[in-house]
Design a protein around this ligand. Sequence first.
Ligand code: DON
Length: 589
Amino acid sequence: MQKIIIQKISKTLAQFKLIGLVLLLAASNEAKAQVDSVKAFEFLSKGDKQTKQALEFKNGAVVSAHPAATEVGVAILKKGGNAVDATVAVQFALAVVYPNAGNIGGGGFLIYRSAKGEINSMDFREKAPALANRDMFLDANGNAISEKSKEGHLAAGVPGSVAGMAELHRKYGKLKWADLVEPAYQLAKNGFKITKMQARELNRLKQKFQQFNPLGTAFVKNEEWKEGDLLVQEELANTMSLIRDKGRAGFYEGQVADFIAEEMKRGGGLISKEDLKNYKAAWRTPIIGQYRGYKVITMPPTSSGGIALVQLLQSVSQYPLSKWGHNADSTVQVMIEAERRVYADRAKHLGDPDFWKVPQKELLEPAYNSARMSNLNWNKATLSTDIQAGEFAKKESEETTHFSIVDKDGNAVSLTTTINTSYGNYVVVKGAGFFLNNEMDDFSVKPGTPNYFGLIGYEANAIAPRKRMLSSMTPTILEKDGKLAMVVGTPGGSTIITSVFQTIVNVVDFGMDMQTAVNAKKFHHQWLPDITNLEPEALNEVTQQKLEAKGYKFDRRGSIGRVDAILLTKKGTFQTGADPRGDDTAGGW
Ligand code: DON
């Protein structure tokens, strides 16, 4: 029965409702969990994302940005794979069905927590090519040539995703590697039906894809893309088969490495075969913080996310947020002021720890962060120009996607991965069929000059050969009383940190269930520019007016975050939150 269900689910989204019905009739004696796995897809067929309810599963759950990738992950869990096996399969599946962010041409970060409580984190972030130099995006007058770090071949860092998955699987995987890459190969070879959002984006970017891929790519066709069109990726299928059969060597050596080198030659890029061969993912010690009885396990540098998240939580922990209420004026004021201070520290102090001495211990000192809040003026917004990064005695650094997975034993993975902005640098490696990243823009290309996300940086995050560019990605796992409590993360560039922050506060302080916490409207401040971005309806009018009277400036923003998360309930079930802002989908059994 189980097998049949998985196969049937894999057909089309439109069939989900029907399958649900068949199942409900046929499965009265089957585990309730199987019915849940169908329910997970059913809301999509309704097309009414805002009604998304929290789902609960007993034996494992996957929440990712695309229904087909979630389905691959659930199938692996049902086959007896652990959370790491499902992670590898979902990462590769997303590279096929969510090519704007899912990738083999980019990188990412992950937090792992085993059922027994072992924790680890992996940095598979891209690196600057060996030929990169700190002024490579400046013109003769020393001004930043902004599009060069965002579009085209020079914008690409050396990809880390395949090395990261191979190393993760070597250390913690259970099922055979080839079986985990196979679903991605099938999806590329046979094609998958694109969603409405994907059709819109592919049409919108057609001219860019043509500009950067004069030899043609699977993402461009003569007619307009429509929802439900089949996207077949022959070249990517070949690449996936090489990765499936040869592991990391299938990407960093041989035919794919040749294709990348040729692509670089054609477009004037810097990535060499040597860079590819030398790329290594790094295991790092996770950042640990405490927040109202929860242990927060999160990502250390090269991401700024974990340090910033813990700083934010420490900064607000002295205030009674739950008494004030969700998005009440005092709550919002305190959170904005915390964000202003923490992002100032980010700009100055955070960078690749292999190149820059990050004052990690000092930044994570609870007394430091509560003291930073001591000049908060309840009557008046602090000006960002009045806030500087903290000084320490000794100091020397759209589109991403996140998924959360828990298996039946309680092993958990929180993984955020990206090629930076949507569809990366727009270059699809000819012959190999995948988009390259434009992650070089996450470096500070010039001190004090904002990157795509408006973030500024200085020496800590200057470009250097083989250095990793600073990130905001914040894959995070929470524990309570020694047990797994939450798996959470999101895309969103600079808003990643504040979205994870708000999601945690929504659950811990405001008692929301996982889906409600994800759905809740968000706001964002990042020190500079001195403005708070608001999703529509994030604040009620009176609250906004009260804050405006104190000098806070607001700006509307379509959406903030695409949080995909899992919460352990008191009953011991896995409750999911899949972000209604995208095609994000929860599944499980
Ligand atoms: O690493 C970072 O912080 C950025 N490259 C993330 C980009 C991102 O989240 C875009 N997504 N919406």
